[in-house]
Design a protein around this ligand. Structure first.
Ligand code: ZN
Ligand code: ZN
Length: 354
């Protein structure tokens, strides 16, 4: 899911198809919460339509998808395949229901197919695990424990087709190639369409919002590093237009990639500056990064996203040898000797002994 910014100013009304190119349409579907809209792209073929992303599994989204396809002169029952950029349920959610209605295949990267069983776990249970790993105090964890079982995780049926990097999914008349862009999720995919020079970008490079990374899985995992590498992978493509799954389509990918790199560099520098003040838990750092200086008042997904963002930054600083995690309890983070010796802006490099 994207960060918590709503921007639907240039988005079409839900369920009204907008032509992007001949035979390629955008259909905006409603989401039950921020960012309120997700765009499904429809590729027309002689065999029937193929979709990129599916939308959230609600009756409202289902009806909007039906209306959008009717506006193009087709129906959900005619859909032949659903290419899903990543496992988040605003993208994958409706895919099994579309398959049931039409017999279409559903495709996803194998690493995101592995994510789906995790969605059956109670979200409060996952949040408690995350907060404990961040060194949150019992007083912060207890209210989340009290929410156990309130929202039951639903079973989500898996994909039929697994798509790795550089694969060419079978969509007649369209030349699509997958570009594996991990970071936001482990198996996030973009789809490159060279004939019109279009990049179907999912959540990887939204025009306004810097998306949250997935939780680091173990001490070797560096989702933010993967994400920054994934940004670099897109640089060579030079699309005429980027088709993201939220917000609006845009043309200057290279400029957007630069701004995203700058944003993350700034956030990382701010985290290093906080670590310079002394050891701290990820929980404490996540609070200090907020304008209010505390995580108090945050609950549910916003709390999850805020703590995950900090954990991903710390994991990246660890991978760079700048920060390290000391065992607890609670586990806390500190700068390494190399991190303390890093050059300050406008200052000669102390590590070089000058
Ligand atoms: Zn999303
Ligand atoms: Zn997402």
């Amino acid at each position: 899911m994207a960060d918590l910014v709503e921007d639907v100013s240039s988005a079409p009304g839900a369920g009204s198809p907008v032509q992007v190119r001949p035979g390629l349409w955008a259909v905006s579907l409603p989401l039950p919460g921020p960012p309120y809209r997700v765009t499904v792209y429809v590729l027309e073929t002689d065999a029937g339509p193929y979709l990129v992303d599916a939308g959230w599994d609600t009756d409202e989204a289902w009806e909007a998808l039906g209306a959008g396809l009717a506006g193009i002169g087709t129906r959900v029952e005619e859909v032949q395949g659903v290419l899903v950029t990543h496992a988040h349920l605003d993208h994958y959610g409706l895919a099994p229901r579309i398959r049931e209605a039409s017999g279409a295949w559903v495709a996803l990267h194998p690493l995101d197919a592995e994510e789906l069983p995790g969605y059956r776990v109670d979200p409060a249970e996952r949040l408690v695990e995350l907060l404990r790993s961040a060194g949150a105090p019992d007083s912060a964890v207890e209210p989340v424990v009290a929410e156990f079982g309130r929202v039951s995780g639903r079973q989500v049926a898996g994909p039929d087709v697994l798509l790795g990097d550089g694969r060419r999914p079978d969509v007649p008349g369209w030349d699509l190639t997958t570009v594996w862009t991990p970071g936001h999720t482990p198996g996030h995919l973009c789809f490159w369409e060279p004939r019109h020079r279009l990049l179907l970008a999912g959540d990887h490079a939204l025009p306004r919002t810097a998306v949250v990374m997935h939780e680091p899985r173990g001490p070797q995992d560096d989702p933010l590093g993967d994400y920054l590498d994934s940004l670099d992978r897109l640089e060579q493509l030079q699309p005429d237009e980027v088709l993201p799954a939220h917000e609006y389509r845009y043309t200057d990918l290279s400029g957007r990639l630069d701004r995203l790199r700058d944003y993350h560099a700034g956030r990382l520098a701010a985290t290093v500056a906080l670590l310079d003040d002394g050891p701290a838990t990820a929980w404490e750092l996540a609070g200090r990064q907020r304008a209010r200086g505390t995580l108090a008042g945050l609950r549910g997904y916003p709390l999850h996203a805020t703590v995950t963002r900090t954990l991903a930054q710390l994991a990246h600083l660890r991978a760079q040898g700048v920060a390290e995690e000391r065992p607890g309890p609670p586990p806390h983070w500190t700068l390494t000797a190399r991190g303390r010796l890093r050059p300050q802006p406008g200052e000669p490099c102390r590590a070089a002994g000058r």
